[in-house]
Design a protein around this ligand. Structure first.
Ligand SMILES: Cc1cc2nc3c(=O)[nH]c(=O)nc-3n(C[C@H](O)[C@H](O)[C@H](O)COP(=O)(O)O)c2cc1C
Length: 674
């Protein structure tokens, strides 16, 4: 009998030679990197509470937690605060890029370049892939010593390369860039910024993020002046129908009115608006809150989603940010979806919410996910997103799975599973508002444990309301991550949806399942046995972003520690390109890199396992890796994650703190997620 056979069930079967027998597991110290004044930012009930991370740029706001709020934060680390790290001396950004500043001497930031560069910390060396190694110090930077070191100003290292400049041929942070030596030269005592025009021209399309929402647009949205005529017309239609006395008992079945792929004349909307008197906003609100009867469905010409055989990276709040999605695309993810955004916050013009629609051009099939509790929020939010992101949006997903109390109690997320008629109106309205952009739905199996309901809801979503794709996470809201996803039930739901489509002679919509998939073998077995068109991958991708390669190549990849370090290097590079290469950008990148490592350290290298494939929920006993780097990358200590970040991003400033989103020692502490 092997040693591991004696270990309790659910223990990862690590080969004897790697086990640190009788050595207690290191106690994860998630507070190590946290400053003494950590407090949660954001108001209770505030939409942005869902992801405090997005408030990074806001000032600290202290608040007392009610008992209920404390419960809601269970499993997550309380007291997370991420303040923007700034330069000691702030240089005016216009001066930083060589432009005149209209405020002149009145500008609140310095224009004294010499003083700024004298106070600035030394440039950071971003390591090239071929300088990484699996033994300490893990990056070999020798031979790159700055020939002019000691030169004036001492902060510039002329031998560094700026990861942003190297990608796009220019760096918009100019003198503020922490890799300044990569795009500057000294001429007659002056620092001159350089640009690579050829690179700029060749990378313009492949590297420029899209769906950037500027301050003028946000202002329009905030002042309620951004038009959403289709949503307005639809909401009036709902209201008129309600006034016509159709109550809950006189529901209109919509099936006979379904016309798939028949273009809806725009005139119809105008007609409706002309005929109906203006509705007071309050009234619409009131109407849309009740689970009112169905309205006739008229589908616009929609793009059909051909997702069969494609890999799908799940939407992941905070950790599923744009640099992470890019990384997963590199490893083979075909479909990506932004982090859950709240319809309400979109309509309030929240900068943080609108940052969630950003897309990198490498994301081939990209969607935005919305959460909300009524048509009067979700439909105008969808139309606004559709208008702003026109041409750069492949689908909009409705979140019907988020379990957190703050969302659920407002009737959003998984609460919509129990409000079928309202959900129907939301889907129909969003479909109209979005024109040819398809609407998809992500759901859980039900709300209460032991009371699955998705098999009743799923057959209605496509045929009755026009959902273009469905993803089913095989757990109830109550179940969360404590038990395995129910793949037998996923199969039942697929069958129920397919039967309805067959009865009505409708083409099948893509159905994706999700839950616990962690290896290529598991992926293909579950795909075959459940009948889904594909599987959405969440934690599997967070712990091992290369899972998409494994799936596509039908193999389990014993990835080396050096390759994993290179993956983190790539993530840092993408982070700097997205968040910026100035001091705040570097430290935001560092923060998200640590956030990513708070999942990636959980990977147990498969070369260390006695039995393959590895399983997501298996807990490893303390082990050592095959080399020092492998051991380091398995460390649950957040101070080690910061150390790894320093290989790419230089020393973390003293003022910089980090507390992971989830308690790192709490496997299955993802309860507070969707
Ligand atoms: C950290 C984290 C963040 C998540 N954020 C979201 C989200 O924003 N929207 C959503 O629909 N689901 C979210 N989920 C749920 C996942 O999309 C997925 O459905 C779930 O993790 C089950 O898949 P898995 O077992 O492969 O992880 C999140 C899950 C985790 C662990």
């Amino acid at each position: 009998m092997s040693d591991t056979a004696l270990l309790p069930q659910g223990t990862a079967p690590i080969k004897k030679q790697y086990l640190l027998a009788n050595t207690p597991a290191p106690i994860p110290d998630d507070d190590a990197a946290e400053g003494s004044t950590s407090h949660f930012i954001g108001k209770a009930g505030d939409a942005n509470n869902v992801d405090d991370a997005r408030n990074e740029s806001s000032g600290p706001r202290r608040k007392k937690w009610s008992k209920e709020e404390r419960k809601n934060k269970r499993g997550a680390n309380k007291g997370r605060r991420f303040q923007k790290v700034r330069d000691e001396l702030e240089l005016c950004w216009k001066v930083a890029v060589g432009k005149p500043c209209e405020f002149g001497s009145e500008c609140r930031n310095t224009h004294d370049i010499k003083a700024y560069l004298a106070a600035k910390p030394k440039d950071i060396r971003f390591p090239a892939s071929d300088t990484l190694s699996s033994s300490p110090p893990f990056v070999n930077n020798s031979g790159q010593d700055d020939p002019m070191s000691g030169d004036d100003p001492a902060s510039i290292d002329w031998s560094v390369k700026c990861p942003v400049y190297e990608t796009i041929g220019e760096c918009k942070h100019g003198l503020k860039c922490r890799f300044l030596g990569g795009h500057a030269r000294k001429e007659n005592g002056e620092i001159i910024l350089t640009a690579d025009d050829t690179k700029k021209a060749t990378t313009a399309i492949a590297e420029t993020e899209v769906n950037f929402v500027g301050p003028d647009t946000l202002k329009l949205i905030r002042s309620k002046k951004f038009p959403h005529p289709k949503a307005d017309a639809y909401l009036k239609e709902l209201e008129a129908q309600n006034e016509n006395g159709k109550g809950k008992d006189s529901q209109t079945t919509t099936t006979e009115l379904v016309v798939i792929a028949e273009p809806e004349p725009d005139a119809a909307d105008h007609q409706i608006s002309a005929q109906t008197t203006v509705t007071p906003a309050e009234k619409t609100e009131e109407l849309s809150q009740v689970d009112t009867p169905d309205v006739p469905t008229r589908f616009t010409e929609k793009k059909r989603l051909d997702w069969k055989g494609k890999t799908y990276l799940a939407p992941l709040t905070t950790v599923g940010n744009l640099p992470f999605r890019r990384l997963c695309v590199d490893y083979g993810a075909d479909i990506t979806c932004g982090e859950m955004g709240l319809a309400n916050s979109f309509l309030q013009g929240s900068k943080e919410e609108w940052s969630l629609v950003r897309r990198h051009p490498s994301e081939r099939i990209f969607g935005v996910q919305l959460a909300g509790n009524k048509p009067s929020l979700l439909v105008p939010a969808a139309e606004t997103i559709g208008t702003i992101c026109e041409g750069n949006l492949d689908f909009v997903d409705i979140n019907c799975g988020c379990p957190i109390d703050l969302v659920y109690k407002q009737g959003s997320g998984s609460a919509l599973l129990d409000a079928a008629n309202k959900l129907g109106k939301i889907i129909v309205g969003m479909n109209r508002a979005l024109g040819d952009v398809p609407v998809t739905v992500k759901l859980r199996t039900g709300v209460k444990e032991g009371r699955n309901t998705a098999h009743k809801l799923m057959p209605r979503l496509g045929p009755e309301w026009g959902a273009a794709a469905l993803t089913l996470h095989g757990r109830t809201r109550q179940q969360r991550y404590t038990k395995l996803a129910d793949w037998d039930y996923i199969q039942q739901c697929v069958q129920a949806a397919r039967e309805r489509e067959a009865e009505e002679d409708l083409p099948p919509v893509p159905i994706f399942g999700g839950g616990d998939v962690y290896s290529s073998q598991d992926y293909w077995e579950k795909l075959d046995s459940s009948g889904v068109d594909g599987i959405m991958i969440g934690r599997g991708a967070l712990i091992k972003p290369w899972i998409f390669t494994e799936i596509k190549e039908h193999r389990e990849w014993d990835i080396s520690s050096r390759e994993r370090l290179d993956l983190l290097r790539k993530y840092a590079e993408y982070g700097l390109n997205h968040f910026g290469s100035d001091t705040p950008g570097v430290n935001t990148t560092r923060r998200y890199l640590c956030e990513a490592m708070s999942f990636q350290y959980r990977y147990v290298p498969i070369g260390l396992l006695e039995v393959l494939p590895g399983r997501l929920n298996d807990r490893p006993p303390p082990f050592q890796g095959r080399d020092e780097l492998e051991t380091l990358l398995a460390s649950p200590d957040s101070r080690d994650w910061v150390k790894v970040s320093e290989l790419f991003l230089g020393p973390a400033p003293e003022s910089w703190t980090f507390t992971p989103k989830h308690k790192s020692n709490a496997y299955g502490a993802e309860e507070s997620q969707g």
